[in-house]
Design a protein around this ligand. Structure first.
Ligand code: NAD
Length: 472
């Protein structure tokens, strides 16, 4: 059991005025594995006041000091890498080998990238008779989800600290433990009191209090589109800056000259990553009607090949989902797909064989999906792929863009130029060309209802900067 009974406010571990706790469940065993405090609006007030006070001096620290601090945090993350991977695998269910690389390794890389970035970023420039200054936006409320819990925190915290902002973090209630490990790393690194504050608690209480708080200048949110809309309304009351990283329903478009096996494998891998609990998952696979049978049978065969089970076993490629509620939600979507007439090629709504305990879902592939079906429109957040046939490239572009979302996408072709030119037609923030790898310096974020603003790299830093012009 990992028990954290204190919040981290103003450089002190401090109790919540609410004596209740939030239980954290192990996704494979369904047993309680940890506990964190449940904060109230009173703790939000204290945390925001501490961040506001600390802003006066942190915002004026030298770039060298911020860079050095980020480097210390990077080292701290590396030192506790195994513990972070182990914790997130238990909370979220990602297979441990992947978890070491992604859940623990990626945040460390992002932290280091901001140490480098801030050292070289032009915070001042001349424009005619004006001097332009980029200044920290102020006190930032960071509200984060559970699927890549530490990565999503660091993608906000590192650029916010680099910019000179102070922050109050409200992590997800389902996977909050890595946020507490981070707070310990921050304490050890010697960040001045109040620059970083950790307030765990319910979204409707702590999250809403932060969005409404008059002393918060910006809300940086990652999570569902529904919560993002709600926070935008609350934050409008005090005209806060709001950045949103929301849901997706991303298309992987296989053109008729692609290497079909490679393209299907790449799509399915990206769809099932973290058991499908990935905002940029490629959940709609668009294939030319002439290649549909071949593509569908490849996807079904490969889907069946994903070994489901204990995320700590070397054989496992698909661990459990994060919670019983999430498992039920995904199974209901699978039932809906069957009801609406999609062809179930593999998987289904029942528990995988021999896995009655743990939040497991069968790797599922639907064929003959049409764009109007619920499974093609709604974010499922589980291991469910929809195969959608298309007539020609115009039809493929229309289907790919027929979504309220626009987060990610992929194109596969034997000709890179052809793939690139199709990628330009996609109304999404990221497109992977022929399996192009994730780039931690490239802007990440969505068009349409997938969000507002960009994270990572220099665009992620600029989210936390105001621009001032001095005319001379
Ligand atoms: P969620 O919206 O339920 O919760 C996200 C955070 O918001 C949590 O900390 C939660 O406690 C808090 N929250 C909930 N209700 C709130 C309210 N009324 N006011 C303020 N805060 C509130 O999302 P989730 O289920 O934790 O995460 C899954 C969602 O996140 C998916 O839709 C996924 O696509 C999205 N996501 C997006 C990205 C991205 O970068 N675009 C990355 C990861 C996840």
């Amino acid at each position: 059991m990992k028990i954290y009974d204190r919040l981290y406010i103003d450089g002190q571990w401090t109790a919540s005025s609410d004596p209740g706790f939030i239980d954290v469940t192990n996704a494979s065993s369904e047993q309680v594995m940890g506990r964190v405090p449940c904060a109230t609006a009173a703790e939000v007030d204290r945390a925001v006041a501490a961040a506001r006070t600390a802003f006066a001096s942190w915002s004026t620290t030298t770039v060298e000091r911020r860079e050095a601090l980020l480097r210390r945090l990077h080292e701290g993350l590396l030192e506790r890498c195994d513990e972070i991977a182990d914790t997130v695998t238990k909370e979220v269910g990602m297979p441990i080998k992947l978890s070491r690389r992604i859940q623990a390794g990626l945040p460390a890389m992002v932290m280091e990238s901001y140490a480098r970035l801030i050292a070289n970023y032009p915070l001042e420039e001349r424009l005619g008779n004006s001097l332009l200054l980029r200044e920290p936006v102020g006190v930032v409320a960071c509200i984060t989800p559970w699927n890549y819990p530490l990565h999503q925190i660091v993608a906000k915290l590192a650029p916010a600290l680099a910019a000179g902002c102070t922050l109050v973090l409200k992590p997800s209630s389902q996977a909050p433990l890595s946020a507490f490990i981070l707070a310990e790393i921050i304490e050890q690194a010697g960040l001045p009191p109040g620059v970083f504050n950790l307030v765990s608690g319910r979204g409707a209480v702590v999250g809403e209090a932060l969005a409404l708080h008059p002393e918060v200048d910006m809300v940086s949110f990652t999570g569902s589109t529904a919560t993002g809309k709600r926070l935008t309304v609350l934050a409008a009351e005090t005209v806060k800056r709001v950045s949103l990283e929301l849901g997706g329903k991303s298309a992987s478009v296989i053109l008729d000259d692609a290497d079909l096996r490679v393209a299907v494998k790449g799509t399915l891998g990206a769809c099932y990553l973290n058991s499908g609990q990935t905002c940029s998952a490629l959940t709609r696979m668009l294939v030319p009607a002439s290649l549909y049978e071949q593509a569908a049978s490849l996807a079904a065969e490969m889907g069946r090949g994903f070994v489901v089970g204990d995320p700590f076993s070397d054989q496992t490629r698909l661990g459990p989902l994060v919670s019983a509620a999430q498992r039920e939600r995904v199974r209901n979507h699978i039932r809906k797909g069957i009801e609406e007439g999609a062809e179930l090629l593999t998987g289904g709504p029942m528990a995988p064989e021999g896995l009655d305990k743990g939040y497991y879902v069968q790797p599922t592939v639907f064929g003959q999906v049409d764009s109007q079906m619920t499974i093609a429109r709604e974010e499922i957040f589980g291991p469910v792929l929809s195969v959608i046939p298309y007539r020609d490239e115009d039809d493929a572009a229309a289907i790919a863009n027929d979504s309220i979302y626009g987060l990610a996408g992929a194109v596969w072709s034997g000709d890179d130029e052809r793939a690139l030119s199709f990628g330009r037609r996609m109304r999404t923030g990221q497109v992977d060309i022929n399996g192009g790898q994730f780039n931690i310096l490239a802007p990440f974020g969505g068009y349409k209802q997938s969000g507002k603003g960009r994270e990572l790299g220099k665009f992620g830093l600029e989210e936390f900067l105001e621009i001032k012009s001095l005319q001379m």
